[in-house]
Design a binder for this molecule. Structure first.
Ligand SMILES: Cc1ncc(COP(=O)(O)O)c(C=O)c1O
Length: 382
């Protein structure tokens, strides 16, 4: 007999009965973000290829495609499988990879979807070209250029030319353009400083595009951009495709930066938790810690009540493996024990790694659970 825990919730339940911790989506906010980014990209005539590493869910990718996205980005090859299996037709691996296990996944995926990948070194091109030819598939290749992040990507035009020539020499590969993503620009808190850094990234990318053009090579796609810089990337005249991911959810990381421009996003992702111990005045303990909340970008900055209003007397101050410490101030301080059993909503500091800790999204509107979506690419990081 299979002995498995009961489901956390069912459609129609109220927030008060969902098992905790659970990962929740406020669908009103989510829908608003989904529609706003789709409309923004359409208005500026740029393609939207949202980053699926933010949500890891084919149910969400389907909604993004239905709203006009041209496909999705994945950061890892194994991550792409659930999206390919769910019928997402165009997948860009916005990352470099090396090794026989990765090549095997690349050619398998390319047999099912229009696959594009990034490279920044000649051995990657040769290995991919030979594997694709052996498998009888064609793969679009976008060399990555360093747009300022100092992570992956070539730093010189000569290195880029060498890659483009190597791609041309492989009959199973097609040069499709370049990737120029600058992660370091995304969370710059000051809006003007962020805009300036995004402009520098676009300028670097634009220089590479011009140098290729001078050799008679057109970059059909220039892909990059994240939630923090899309408003600048879309109007740069350089980027043809936006890769934003976090915009659907937002998180503490994005919540504290300035949004002085036209775009505004709503927080739609929350971890629902229960206060399960409160033995001393001033300290309440809830049932979500490090195993249910990524804290690499800080602890949850606010505590919400189930009606989404902010509870100012509670502050999440520390995370143990399975415990969250809440400082209790003000009127509730002397009645901390009365908090036992209370439910709270915590906006994660960083959405991507938090999502990777859960099997499903519990989607709600108002007080009611209206849907449950599997996080089918959870843990797929090969
Ligand atoms: C290559 C690439 N593109 C796009 C994104 C999406 O960025 P965001 O989730 O900040 O919108 C990321 C995030 O790290 C990324 O690494």
């Amino acid at each position: 007999m299979a002995l498995i825990p009961p489901p956390a919730t069912r459609v129609g339940d109220t927030l008060g009965t969902i098992a905790t911790p659970s990962l929740l989506i406020d669908l009103d906010a989510f829908d608003a973000n989904l529609a706003a980014m789709a409309a923004f990209a359409a208005r500026h005539g740029v393609a939207l290829r949202p980053h699926a590493k933010a949500h890891k869910s084919s149910a969400i990718a389907r909604r993004q495609i239905d709203a006009g996205a041209v496909g999705v980005c994945c950061q890892k090859l194994s991550e792409a499988y659930p999206f390919a299996a769910a019928g997402i037709e165009s997948i860009h691996i916005s990352n470099e990879f090396v090794g026989a296990d990765k090549l095997a996944m690349a050619v398998e995926l390319a047999a099912h979807v229009r696959l594009s990948v990034c490279v920044d070194a000649l051995p990657q091109v040769t290995a991919l070209g030979e594997a694709a030819a052996r498998a009888g598939v064609t793969i679009d290749v976008l060399p990555e250029v360093d747009a300022g992040q100092r992570r992956c990507g070539v730093t010189s035009e000569d290195a880029l030319f060498a890659l483009v020539d190597a791609i041309a020499a492989q009959s199973a590969l097609r040069f499709a353009g370049i990737q120029a993503y600058h992660g370091g620009a995304q969370h710059i808190a000051d809006w003007h400083a962020r805009r300036a850094e995004a402009h520098r990234a676009a300028e670097r990318a634009g220089n590479f595009v011009c140098k290729l053009e001078a050799r008679g090579i057109q970059s059909a796609i220039v892909t990059g951009g994240g939630t923090g810089t899309v408003e600048f990337d879309a109007t740069s005249g350089v980027y043809t495709e936006l890769q934003a991911g976090s915009y659907l959810f937002m998180d503490g990381d994005y919540g504290h930066i300035a949004w002085d421009g036209a775009l505004r996003w709503r927080h739609s992702l929350f971890v629902l938790s229960t206060i399960m111990s409160a033995t001393r005045p001033g300290l309440a303990v809830c049932d979500v810690g490090l195993k249910g909340l990524a804290v690499d970008s800080g602890l949850p900055r606010r505590v919400h009540r189930p009606d989404l209003s902010i509870e100012p007397t509670l502050t999440y101050v520390a995370a143990n493996d399975e415990h969250g410490m809440l400082e209790v101030q003000g009127s509730l301080h002397d009645e901390t024990n009365a908090l036992l059993g209370e439910r709270i909503l915590l906006p994660p500091g960083h959405c991507d790694p938090t999502v990777n800790l859960y099997d499903q999204y519990v989607c709600f509107r108002g007080e009611r659970v209206v849907d449950v979506w599997p996080i089918d690419a959870r843990g797929l990081s090969r």
